[in-house]
Design a protein around this ligand. Sequence first.
Ligand code: NAP
Length: 247
Amino acid sequence: MARTAVISGGGTGIGRAIAARFADAGDDVVLVGRRGDVLADTAARFGPTTTYVAADLETVEGAERVAAHVAETTGSVDVVIANAGGNAALHAPADLDGLARVSWAWNANLQRNVLTAVHLVEGLKPLLNDHGRIVLFSSIAAYRGSGTGSYGASKAALHPYAIDLSAELGARGVTANVVAPGYIEDTEFFAGTMTEQRRATLAGQAHNKRPGAPADIAALTSWLASPEAGHVTAQIIQSNGGALAGR
Ligand SMILES: NC(=O)c1ccc[n+]([C@@H]2O[C@H](COP(=O)([O-])OP(=O)(O)OC[C@H]3O[C@@H](n4cnc5c(N)ncnc54)[C@H](OP(=O)(O)O)[C@@H]3O)[C@@H](O)[C@H]2O)c1
């Protein structure tokens, strides 16, 4: 039976690969992101069961528009993938320095990674069906830092949030989990800052000696969201080719 899946950040990178799997399965897919043109292009490729809402999930108003769209179209939601996020510190204004720059980055990353997820999930909670699935997006940076402090910390904040969601909703058969990827290429995440040398270093840290692909994360996420994964909840699941373990 077709399900309804809402995927934030579904217009690009990892979110787009996840959305493709739901669209291919014939599910109703709702893409969310700030750029309407990017979402429209992705939705057009996926076909008529994919719709989109251009919304900034750092705002309550943006999340309310997503919930209103779901209420008006499918009426309820089965799968919430809170994938939108990124390292806002990479985009800090050039004229900020010192403590002002640090403060900007922490505020921006908490907004970008925590509030985008919390607003989406809490806004959709009243529409979430029994046996629903919630997947939040963390990072290897939550375990080993990212060099900016604020990005990894903002991702780590989602771990206990998933556990609380699982405890709150578990009796209804709902699961809540976190996916924590390592380095994944073919996304907009690094905003043009990735060098060949850095790419080789990150790929070399993985035991399988390659970067991750959006399809790797999409396969894991779609399994977590599947009906058969009903006894896996309150977990933080890493996909990094072994990079965190080292050696
Ligand atoms: N790539 C990696 O190596 C890596 C590693 C670990 C974790 N991750 C995490 O994986 C997730 C997906 O990232 P990605 O690698 O696929 O990078 P990406 O291509 O930059 O995707 C991020 C998506 O989030 C959306 N987004 C960002 N801020 C938003 C906001 N305020 N409201 C609504 N949508 C917003 C973006 O769309 P708009 O710009 O149009 O809003 C974009 O589609 C992120 O949470 C990221 O932190 C990535």
